[in-house]
Design a protein around this ligand. Structure first.
Ligand code: ASP
Ligand code: ASP
Length: 347
């Protein structure tokens, strides 16, 4: 076989494979049932940054959750909805779930992912450096997903970037996509958000997920129980804003309120955020939920956790019907599929 014959053969086989690739062309009207009739509404997410959960109204959040529902079959079967689109992940701080779930979401929608997972954390501390990186990487991608140890970093990245920026965790400040997937998990597992008694347990001071989640929950009709040791109480600015809108009870006593809760949202004490490790030693292991302890909880209550867990949720909880933290991870993928499709303007 001469060279040109080989070339023809290769081209043929590439074309052949391309033709045989399952293409599921995306059409809105192919989705049924339409979860809340929201699709016809003009919710303009295209090109929008997702920096703080506070930038979104309740109606917008509900729309994102509805769109996550729409993504469920596509997560199972794959889709080419974001074919040709590129997502860049810029992670200046360690992550397993968030980065992988964004990559999985992008891939399931037929898009591509590139980026870096810098684990040294603070090697880029000057704002200018991040701004430069953003202005470089925006040339390579259609959406940037940024995690950074400094508060305000995602906001700054968004200001410098012409492409949409999604905040995947900004220091101890916020983690808006986690809050959205947490809401989605409550809706999926309990059928609603309104009317729930929700306990946020553990490190409410440094835990960014509970900051975003508390802001988001304040848009619903819920009761919030903020359960933390004295030194890890909910950040003041979050508490002030949230307690204006919904009922909030602050306490250090977990066992006293356990039986009232519909959602038990456990968090890890954020060792890496403590300036003084001696302070961490004093509070580590403050709360530990076991299967026996859950015997006192409502039968229908669910246990959530943004993960990774240390010892705050005992392994024996995993086998109970209360444990929903691994389902929560799965809900994170569809939720992030919806977000990517929304900001990239295909939904
Ligand atoms: N530390 C977390 C993890 O490894 C960060 C995240 O992915 O959200 O999962
Ligand atoms: N994975 C979550 C975060 O990145 C929670 C945690 O790390 O404890 O904030």
């Amino acid at each position: 076989m001469n060279r040109s014959e080989v070339a023809v053969m290769i081209t043929d086989s590439v074309l052949d494979r391309a033709v045989r690739l399952p293409k599921r062309s995306y059409r809105l009207d192919s989705f049924s049932p339409n979860p809340a009739g929201h699709l016809t509404k003009t919710q303009n997410f295209a090109g929008r940054d997702i920096v703080s959960i506070r930038d979104f109204s309740k109606e917008e959040i509900d729309h994102i959750l509805d769109m996550a529902e729409v993504m469920e079959p596509l997560a199972r079967d794959g889709s080419d909805m974001l074919h040709g689109k590129i997502m860049a992940t810029l992670f200046y701080e360690p992550s397993t779930r968030t980065r992988l779930s964004f990559e999985s979401a992008m891939t399931r929608l037929g898009g591509a992912a590139l980026g870096f997972a810098e684990t040294k954390g603070t090697s880029v501390e000057k704002g200018e450096n991040l701004a430069d990186t953003v202005r470089v990487v925006e040339n390579y991608a259609d959406v940037l997903v940024v995690r950074h140890p400094l508060e305000g970093a995602a906001r700054m990245a968004a200001e410098f970037s012409k492409t949409p920026v999604i905040n995947a965790g900004s220091g101890a400040e916020e983690h808006p996509t986690q809050a959205l997937l947490d809401l989605y998990t409550m809706r999926k597992e309990l059928g609603k958000i309104d009317g729930l008694n929700i306990g946020l347990v553990g490190d409410l001071r440094y835990g960014r997920t509970v900051h975003s989640l508390a802001y988001a929950l304040s848009l619903y009709k819920v009761n919030l129980f903020l359960i933390a040791p004295e030194t890890l109480k909910m950040r003041k600015e979050v508490l002030e804003e949230v307690s204006k809108k919904i009922g909030v009870k602050e306490t250090a006593s977990f066992s006293q309120y356990l039986r009232e809760l519909d959602v038990i949202y456990m968090t890890r004490i954020q060792k890496e955020r403590f300036a003084d490790l001696a302070e961490y030693e004093k509070v580590k292991g403050s709360y530990r939920l076991t299967a026996a302890e859950l015997g006192k909880a409502k039968k229908s209550s669910i246990v959530m956790h943004p993960l990774p867990r240390l010892d705050e949720v005992d392994a024996d909880v995993d086998a109970t019907a209360h444990a929903k933290y691994f389902q929560q991870v799965g809900h994170g993928v569809v939720l992030r599929m919806a977000l990517l499709a929304l900001v990239l303007g295909t939904l």
